[in-house]
Design a protein around this ligand. Sequence first.
Ligand SMILES: C[S@@+](CC[C@H](N)C(=O)[O-])C[C@H]1O[C@@H](n2cnc3c(N)ncnc32)[C@H](O)[C@@H]1O
Length: 221
Amino acid sequence: MFGPALPLAERYTALLADAGVRRGLIGPREVPRLWERHVLNCAVVAELIPEGADVIDIGSGAGLPGVVLGLLRPDLSITLLEPLLRRTVFLDECVTALGLENVTVRRGRAEEMRRELRADVVTARAVAPLPRLAGWALPLLRSGGNLLALKGEQAEAELTAARSDLAKQRPCVADVIRVGHGKVDPATTVVRVTVTAESDSAASPRSQRAPGGRKKRGRKR
Ligand SMILES: C[S@@+](CC[C@H](N)C(=O)[O-])C[C@H]1O[C@@H](n2cnc3c(N)ncnc32)[C@H](O)[C@@H]1O
C-alpha cells in the first residue's frame, strides 16, 4: 500500500514505538498493533482525498492520521493542528526526521483557526463527538470540501444523532463509508461530511480554489 513510502512509514512506526511511548503519546499496549490498528488504519483514508488537496488534521496527537497521509501522499499539503506543546514537539521531530516538506505543524485549537486556515479536507481521529467536531471543522472547509472523521463501529448511530446539529452549522450532506477492504481488518469507518454549495460572503478568494490548483512541491528525502 505504501509503495516507495514504505521506509518512511516504518521509520514513523519506530518513532511512535520509541519516543512516542516514552513520552506518553502512545500507550505501551498499542506497540504490537501500531502497524495494523493505527498506521494502516489511517493510510487507507488516503483514497478519499483528491490530488493536490490542502488538508488540516485536527487533533493530530502523535500524528494520526496526518503524518501517515503526509508521507504517503507528497501531493497533499497537510497542516497538523494540535494544541498541546508536548505533542507538537514530537510532531515537529517526526516531520524533520521523515523529511516531510509537505507537512506543517501548527499549535492551536481548531475553533480558534477560523480566520487563519482553510482546507479542502479536514481529517480527525478520536478527537471529539461528531457535533462538536463538525463545529470546529466545517468553518475551516472550502465549499465542496469534506470532513473525514475516523470513527468506530457506532458511526452510523453517531451520525443519525448528529444530523440536525450538522445541518444547523453549514449546508452539508453526510454519509458513513468503509475504506480499506482487503487491506486492513476491520475496514476503517469514516463519517464523511461534505459542505454543499452556498453563497458564502465570508469566503476568501483562496477558499474557492479547487483542489489541485496549487503548485506541487517536491520532497527532500
Ligand atoms: C485522543 S487524541 C487523538 C490523537 C490522534 N488523532 C490519534 O488518533 O491518535 C485527541 C487529540 O485532540 C487534541 N484536541 C483536543 N481538543 C482540540 C481542539 N479544540 N482543537 C484541536 N485539537 C484538539 C488533543 O490535544 C489530542 O491530541
